[in-house]
Design a protein around this ligand. Structure first.
Ligand code: AMP
Length: 280
């Protein structure tokens, strides 16, 4: 496994792989890797000859009051985990390598970028799409793998790839969960011991709405109230939203189609948690 820090080294390595006819798969991450990230690496491996992983905590996707400075950073452990997955190339640039001195042009995420996560975290998706576009241009992968854990993010990345004609395939990977249903996340380390068992509220709310849907209630109100009942049972959790959205628009629809997605996010103490589930 090779580790590079500059765009020049990255491009040189990838060029030589292409000359050897390799198909390049890409997994962008912010590090603090866990089993969820490693599952993306395995999916990428199944779709490509060479797997490139980036580790970059992207400052432009954090709001001024968010956790950029304290976001968990565990580079040695990350590299050991990636080595264990037979990763070919790891790109670990610093902020100035990615943004230079005076970058000004950004990617506008469009209307679906200012709802749900975008409403709670203004400019988050502008930061995400801008860095993903930059990384795509640096790596020029044949395919890139993202987790369904961040459903609105993957929706917007797909739109960006389509609307701006990026020549690559986007592959989605399932959400990896703890035994009790909590979606794995680098931010779970922020949960206090007493909060950890309560954090299953998101998964339990999603399951309750999924059950309601399976019983034949596709009405938006019914699905929202199934989630609200579970949420009310955990007063420590303050929901930002708990609803269902359409696959096509990432907006609410009533009734909800069987291709729709249940989405939930909120705050448990000082920790922000998000989760989602495809309806079935
Ligand atoms: P992050 O490092 O949090 O920016 O995440 C990098 C990639 O890992 C994104 O595509 C996420 O959607 C994905 N990811 C994060 N958590 C999980 C999880 N529990 N299961 C699957 N993928 C995940």
């Amino acid at each position: 496994m090779k580790v590079v820090h500059s765009i020049d080294e990255l491009r040189r390595d990838i060029r030589s792989r292409r000359e050897r006819g390799q198909r390049v798969g890409f997994v962008p991450t912010m590090g603090a890797l866990h089993e969820g990230h490693l599952s993306l690496v395995r999916v990428a491996r199944g779709h490509s000859d060479a797997v490139v992983v980036s580790i970059f905590v992207n400052p432009t996707q954090f709001g001024p009051t968010e956790d950029f400075r304290i976001y968990p950073r565990t580079p040695e452990k990350d590299l050991a985990l990636l080595d264990g997955e037979a990763t070919d190339l790891v790109f670990m640039p610093d902020v100035s390598e990615v943004y230079g001195k005076d970058a000004q042009i950004t990617v506008d995420p469009g209307p679906a970028g200012s709802t749900f996560e975008g409403r709670i975290r203004p400019d988050h998706f502008r930061g995400v799409l801008t860095v993903v576009a930059k990384l795509f241009n640096m790596v020029q992968p044949d395919c890139a793998v993202f987790g369904q854990k961040d459903a609105q993010q993957i929706y917007l990345i797909r739109r960006m790839v389509r609307d701006l004609n990026f020549p690559l395939e986007i592959i989605e990977a399932d959400t990896i969960r703890e035994g009790d249903g909590l979606a794995k996340s680098s931010r779970n380390v922020y949960l206090k011991v007493g909060e950890r068992p309560l954090a299953t509220v998101l998964y339990r709310a999603l399951c309750a709405a999924q059950r309601r849907f399976a019983e034949g209630d596709a009405g938006l109100k019914g699905l929202q109230s199934a989630m609200a009942d579970v949420i009310e049972s955990v007063p420590e959790f303050t929901a930002d939203y708990a609803t269902a959205v359409s696959k096509e628009t990432y907006g609410e629809t009533d009734p909800v189609a069987d291709t729709g997605r249940l989405i939930i996010a909120g705050r448990l103490g000082s920790v922000r948690l998000i989760d989602n589930m495809r309806l079935k």
